[in-house]
Design a protein around this ligand. Structure first.
Ligand code: HGY
Ligand code: MN
Ligand code: MN
Length: 416
C-alpha cells in the first residue's frame, strides 16, 4: 500500500449520500431526526452503520455500554488505534448532522483510504458512542464517559428515563449490550462535528480548530408547594410552586447575563402537577443547564443559582430540592492533536480559526485518556438541536478532508 498522495481527497458526494441515508432513520416531518438513545430508531441507525462497516471489511465489536467500534487494521496492529467518530443518538427534535456527521465523516475517511489502497501505521477505529445527548438518559456523554473512566458502567446502565426504563435494559432490548470489555489504549481521538453555533458562519470560516470546550453543570430541581382551589384560595395564603418556578427561571437568565458574554443558562424541561386549570400548582420539576468556559466562573454561577433558588423557596414557603446530575469541567485538547488539525486545514487550503466548543462532546471525555482534538464545520445560522439544522455538502466535505489529513498525520507518527 502506498503513502498518501498530497492531493488525496474524500468523496464528498458519497459522504452526503451516507448522511442523507442515515437521516432517513427517525426522520421527522420538519426535516430533522428523532433517534433517542437506545430507542428503536437508534437501533436502526446502529444496524445501518454496522452493516456498512462490515460491507467495508471492518471488524466490528460492541461493548457493554453499546459503544460500537469498527476497526481497520494498521501495518503495526500492536499500536493503540487512532479512534475517530461521534454519536448517532439525537435530541427529540434533532437535526441530520449533530453526531451523525462525525460518525460518517470518520467512515468516509476509512473508505477513502481503502479506495486509495493506503495503509496507516496504527490501526483506525470508527466509533459510535452511546447516549451522547443525555436527553433520554441523563447525564450526557455516557458511553464515552464510561470508556474514559469518568462514570461507573453499572451506575450508567442503571440510569432510567422518565418511564423508568433503564439504559441497560434498553440496550439489551435493541441488541446492543455488547460483550466487549469497556476501555482500552487509544493512540489519539479525533471527532468531526458541526459547530452548532454562529461563529464560523459569521466569520466566513470553513474549519473550526477546536482547542477545548466550556464547562457544563446540569441539575434536576423540584419545588413543592400546596395544590389548592384556584377560586377559593386568597393570594396571600398560597404556596404556588409554579410562581416560585417562574421566579427561578427568571433568576437563572439573570445569572447568565451577569457573566456575559460567555455564560449561558437554560431551563429546557419543566413539568407541573397536578396540571389542572383550576388548581394551584402543587409541585414543579424543572431542569437547569449552566455553562461557561472558565471553571471558577461556572462555580460562581452554581453558587448564585443555589442561593437564589433557596431565597425564592423561603420567601414563598416552598420545599426546594436540587440534584446536580452532571458536573463537566471545561477540557483543553492536546496541543499536538490540535496542531495536526490546524496543519491539515492549512494544507488543504481551507480558511480556519481556533474555537472553543459551546457544546459538550464525547471528545471532551476522551481528552482525559488520549490526545484529542475536534474539527468543526459551520451550520446554517448556527442552529442545532432543531429540525431545521443544516450544513452545506462543501463544508461537510472540507471538514472530512481535514479529518483525513489529521488522521494520516497521527496514525503514521514515527515517534508513537
Ligand atoms: O448538550 C450538549 O452540549 C451536547 O449537544 N450533548
Ligand atoms: Mn453532538
Ligand atoms: Mn447534540
Amino acid at each position: 500500500m502506498t503513502a498518501p498522495p498530497p492531493n488525496l481527497r474524500i468523496d464528498g458526494q458519497r459522504l452526503w449520500r451516507s448522511l442523507m441515508a442515515m437521516a432517513e432513520i427517525g426522520a421527522t416531518p420538519k426535516g430533522g431526526v428523532c433517534r433517542l438513545a437506545a430507542s428503536d430508531q437508534d437501533r436502526a441507525a446502529r444496524d445501518r452503520f454496522v452493516a456498512w462497516s462490515r460491507d467495508a471489511g471492518l471488524a466490528v465489536r460492541v461493548d457493554r455500554l453499546g459503544n460500537i467500534f469498527a476497526r481497520r487494521a494498521g501495518r503495526n496492529d500492536a499500536l493503540p488505534p487512532v479512534v475517530i467518530g461521534s454519536h448517532l443518538d439525537t435530541q427529540p427534535t434533532g437535526g441530520k448532522f449533530d453526531g451523525a456527521y462525525g460518525v460518517l465523516a470518520a467512515f468516509e475517511v476509512v473508505r477513502t483510504l481503502d479506495d486509495a489502497r493506503i495503509a496507516t501505521e496504527a490501526p483506525l477505529e470508527v466509533v459510535v458512542w452511546t447516549n451522547e445527548e443525555g436527553s433520554r438518559f441523563a447525564p450526557a456523554c455516557v458511553g464515552s464517559g464510561v470508556y474514559a473512566g469518568v462514570f461507573a458502567a453499572d451506575d450508567s446502565l442503571g440510569r432510567a428515563d422518565r418511564d423508568g426504563k433503564t439504559l441497560g435494559a434498553e440496550l439489551a432490548r435493541i441488541g446492543y449490550a455488547g460483550p466487549a470489555p469497556i476501555g482500552g489504549r487509544v493512540g489519539a481521538y479525533l471527532e468531526a462535528h458541526i459547530e452548532q453555533g454562529p461563529i464560523l458562519e459569521a466569520e466566513g470560516k470553513t474549519i473550526g480548530v477546536v482547542t477545548g470546550a466550556q464547562g457544563i453543570r446540569w441539575y434536576d430541581v423540584t419545588l413543592e408547594g400546596q395544590a389548592a382551589h384556584a377560586g377559593t384560595t386568597p393570594m396571600n395564603r398560597r404556596r404556588d410552586a409554579l410562581q416560585g418556578a417562574a421566579a427561578l427561571v427568571a433568576a437563572i437568565e439573570v445569572i447568565a447575563l451577569e457573566s456575559a458574554p460567555s455564560a449561558v443558562a437554560t431551563v429546557g424541561a419543566l413539568g407541573v402537577a397536578p396540571n389542572s386549570r383550576n388548581t394551584i400548582v402543587g409541585s414543579v420539576a424543572l431542569t437547569v443547564d449552566l455553562r461557561h468556559p472558565d471553571a471558577a466562573v461556572l462555580a460562581a454561577m452554581d453558587r448564585a443559582f443555589r442561593d437564589r433558588a433557596a431565597a425564592i423557596a423561603h420567601a414563598r414557603r416552598l420545599e426546594l430540592a436540587i440534584d446536580e446530575v452532571w458536573n463537566f469541567p471545561p477540557p483543553t485538547f492536546d496541543r499536538a492533536c490540535v496542531a495536526a488539525v490546524r496543519q491539515a486545514a492549512a494544507r488543504a487550503g481551507f480558511s480556519h480559526r481556533d474555537i472553543v466548543s459551546g457544546a459538550g462532546h464525547d471528545a471532551c471525555y476522551m481528552a482525559r485518556i488520549a490526545p484529542t482534538a475536534m474539527v468543526f464545520v459551520p451550520c446554517a445560522d448556527g442552529i442545532s438541536h432543531n429540525e431545521i439544522e443544516a450544513a452545506t455538502p462543501a463544508d461537510l466535505a472540507a471538514g472530512c478532508d481535514v479529518l483525513l489529513g489529521a488522521v494520516l498525520a497521527l496514525a503514521n507518527q514515527s515517534d508513537r
